[in-house]
Write a protein that binds this ligand. Structure first.
Ligand code: SF4
Length: 231
């Protein structure tokens, strides 16, 4: 049986809805086969650099963030060094990432918080991370998963939000609620890589407008009303 037909056949056996474990398992298997090496696209060397890069990535492409971070981290390599920055200096270094005034305030606030309350080290728990200026749940989950290998939640960015709903793994209308749905439906050992895989899928194939369903490895498992092609 051709591979795609076999996947569709496995999907057809699913009788308990789109979030049934066998269907979820089939989706995860396709993702593992299609994106075996998916990882964070933000360049970084330390948890601090990843935290800053993730703050900068709000409403900005990762490639653009990667263009500004080398000079930023050369000038201010640690949280303690960053506390010495002035806002205008920070703003000029990150201007091209957009929303640079708010981002500069967040980064400076994060540097001060980490230096004063966490002994200069990025903390390793969700509860502590979300007390840092600019680090909401999504940012905290990125740092925990990528830097510390800890799955305390699922990163839900714009791609994960869109595709989780297209694949009927979630229905909610906010990223926070979609994260809770994904935490219920995904095995915990997939929480970190699922987001990396879906973010790759969202950039290359399941794009927001006119998704490339003809090229999609998940097509046989997808019943989205946004589909542009049916195999
Ligand atoms: S079939 Fe189309 S809509 Fe469904 S996941 Fe693939 S690209 Fe996205």
């Amino acid at each position: 049986m051709p591979k795609k037909a076999a996947v569709r056949n496995a999907s057809a056996k699913t009788t308990r809805g789109p979030r049934a474990p066998e269907r979820v398992g089939a989706i995860l298997k396709v993702l593992d086969e299609t994106y075996p090496a998916a990882e964070c696209a933000l360049d970084h060397r330390t948890p601090w650099e990843l935290l800053v890069a993730t703050i900068l990535s709000a409403q900005c492409a990762d490639v653009r963030v990667n263009m500004v971070t080398p000079a930023l981290f050369q000038r201010f390599p640690t949280p303690a060094a960053m506390t010495k920055a002035t806002l205008p200096e920070l703003e000029s270094l990150i201007r091209t990432t957009g929303f640079y005034r708010n981002k500069a305030k967040s980064i400076l606030g994060a540097a001060k918080k980490i230096t004063e309350d966490f002994n200069g080290q990025v903390p390793e728990t969700l509860a502590e991370l979300i007390t840092i200026p600019g680090a909401a749940r999504k940012t905290a989950n990125v740092v925990l998963g990528v830097s510390f290998g800890k799955a305390e939640g699922v990163v839900v960015d714009t791609h994960v939000f869109r595709i989780a709903r297209r694949l009927e793994l979630a229905k909610a209308d906010t990223p926070e609620k979609v994260e809770q749905e994904l935490m219920q439906v995904l095995p915990r050992d997939h929480w970190i890589r699922f987001s990396h895989q879906i973010i790759h899928h969202g950039r290359k194939v399941c794009i927001a407008r006119n998704p490339k369903c003809r090229e999609c490895a998940l097509e046989a498992l997808c019943r989205s009303k946004d589909k542009t092609w049916q195999g």
